[in-house]
Design a protein around this ligand. Structure first.
Ligand SMILES: [Zn+2]
Length: 258
C-alpha cells in the first residue's frame, strides 16, 4: 500500500505537450485531456518542476495554446519561486541520513566514493565531505550509485529486523524513484522504496521499512494495521510529519525523479 498516495487523479485519456516561449525561455506544458474537465486549468508541480494543463476532452489545441500564452508570466513566476534543484556535483550539498555533506571531487582516487569528517581550516568546516573519486563528468552518476547502495543496505537491514519481529518474509526489495510514494508493498510481498529515503533522517527510513513490512500482516490501513506498525516503530507520527513537511524537498536533489 502506498504511504503517501497521490490524490485520486481523474483518468486522463491522452497526454501531449505544448512548448510556449516567454522572453528567452521556453516552457514545456503537459496537456491532459480529462473527461470531467469543464475548463482549462494550469498547475505547476513542485516535485518535478513541470507544468500541466488539464483540459476538456474536446478542448482545441489552439485554445490550449492561447490559454497558456495568457498565463505564461504566471508560470514563469511560479517556477522561479520553487526551491532550486540541487544537482550532484563538486561543491554541492547533499544530505545523507539527514546530515548535510559537501560533495568533493577527488579525481585521482578513481572509482571510490567515501565519507570524510569535516576538513579543518575550510570556510564551512562544519560539513562532513562526500568524496568522489571520479572526473567531474562522472561525479553525479557516482554519487547516485553510492546513495542507492547505502539506501539498499539500510533498507535491507531495517526490513530484515522488522520482518523477523513479525515473523514474516518479504519476497523482494527494490529501489525506485517516484514522486507519489516513498514505499509500497505488493500483494505478492514485494517491497519497493524510494532511494531518496537515504537523504532523510534515519528514523524516517526505518519507519518506512516498518510501514511496508507491517503491510505483510495487514494489506490495509485499518486500526489493526496501525497497532502492528506502532509495535515496530516508535516514530510513526514524527516520521509522517517529517515526510509531509520535508518529503517533497528530497526530490530537488540529484537527477530528476522518474
Ligand atoms: Zn501503507
Amino acid at each position: 500500500m502506498p504511504i503517501l498516495s497521490p490524490k485520486t487523479a481523474p483518468r486522463s485519456t491522452q497526454i501531449a505537450y505544448l512548448d510556449v516561449a516567454h522572453g528567452s525561455r521556453t516552457y514545456r506544458i503537459e496537456l491532459k485531456r480529462i473527461g470531467s474537465a469543464r475548463r482549462f486549468t494550469l498547475r505547476v508541480r513542485a516535485a518535478t518542476r513541470d507544468v500541466v494543463l488539464t483540459m476538456p476532452p474536446r478542448g482545441s489545441l489552439a485554445g490550449a495554446r492561447s490559454f497558456v500564452e495568457r498565463h505564461v508570466a504566471w508560470i514563469g513566476a511560479r517556477l522561479e519561486r520553487l526551491p532550486a534543484p540541487m544537482p550532484f556535483g563538486g561543491g554541492e550539498i547533499v544530505p545523507i541520513r539527514g546530515i548535510n555533506h559537501r560533495i568533493v571531487e577527488r579525481p585521482r582516487r578513481r572509482g571510490n566514493v567515501w565519507i570524510e569528517p569535516a576538513e579543518r581550516g575550510l570556510a564551512d568546516a562544519k560539513l562532513p565531505l562526500l568524496c568522489v573519486g571520479a572526473e567531474p563528468a562522472h561525479v553525479a552518476r557516482r554519487v547516485k550509485e553510492f546513495l542507492m547502495r547505502e539506501a539498499k543496505r539500510d533498507l535491507e537491514a531495517a526490513v530484515a529486523r522488522h520482518a523477523a519481529k513479525l515473523g514474516v518474509a518479504p519476497r523482494k526489495l527494490s529501489l525506485r524513484d517516484t514522486t507519489s510514494r516513498w514505499g509500497s508493498c505488493s500483494s505478492t510481498g514485494a517491497l519497493n522504496f524510494s532511494w531518496r529515503l537515504i537523504l532523510a533522517p534515519s528514523y524516517v527510513l526505518d519507519y518506512l521499512a516498518a510501514h511496508e513490512v507491517a503491510h505483510l500482516v495487514h494489506m490495509n490501513h485499518s486500526p489493526r494495521y496501525w497497532k502492528v506498525l506502532g509495535e515496530l516503530s516508535p516514530h510513526v507520527e514524527r516520521a509522517e510529519t517529517w515526510l509531509k513537511t520535508h518529503g517533497a524537498g528530497l526530490l530537488r536533489f540529484g537527477p530528476q525523479p522518474d
